[in-house]
Design a protein around this ligand. Sequence first.
Ligand code: 5RP
Length: 220
Amino acid sequence: MALTQDDLKRAVAQAAIAYVPADCIVGVGTGSTANFFIDELAKIKHKIRGAVASSEASAKRLQGHGIEVLSLNDAGDLPVYVDGADEITRHMHMVKGGGGALTREKIVAAASKKFICVCDASKLVDVLGKFPLPIEVIPMARSYIARELVKLGGQPKLREGFTTDNGNVILDVHNLQIMNPVELETTLNQLAGVVTNGLFARRGADVLLLGTPEGVKTLT
Ligand code: 5RP
């Protein structure tokens, strides 16, 4: 029987458990693949001290499994962060934020020694940008930033009816062909009112666990 996308996500989530050291606090991402990882983490919860979550949704799921959720301020640096991506290249540059959790994801990733990206094979691309690039924006800066994004060649669209865990809005930027992700990430960070952009290139993934019909491939 053919493997479904969920089968591939479950397989990479299971493979990611091998990267979780005993007795540690784990950084946990957000989204459907991260949810599979949380469910796998529950099976070894007696071996870890707890988790730092990158969203309220993940915190709730972790707690639902009886896994202690700590604040990053209390936890300090983490050995490992496990999360999905909307797109990833062979250079380990990613677009993230499809679930709107990009700011906390970037913070937890920054505080982690290793970023383990868990994806099904559909997420691996040659050039980033087909998936609209999410940008978290302070609400009063929304129109200004949208105009600046048009100047950069994108077509920003407000994510309707969505507020981030931090009380901000998301602009999804369409039609970008991102040839230099590190440069664009830096440029977008300079715009006043941008909280976080969904390019994870300056600090990319360290390991990619890619779910394919032939099994989980490990890219480093
Ligand atoms: C959430 C994210 C997710 O990692 C990304 O959207 C991938 O999600 P999924 O595993 O459901 O495909 O960045 O903000």
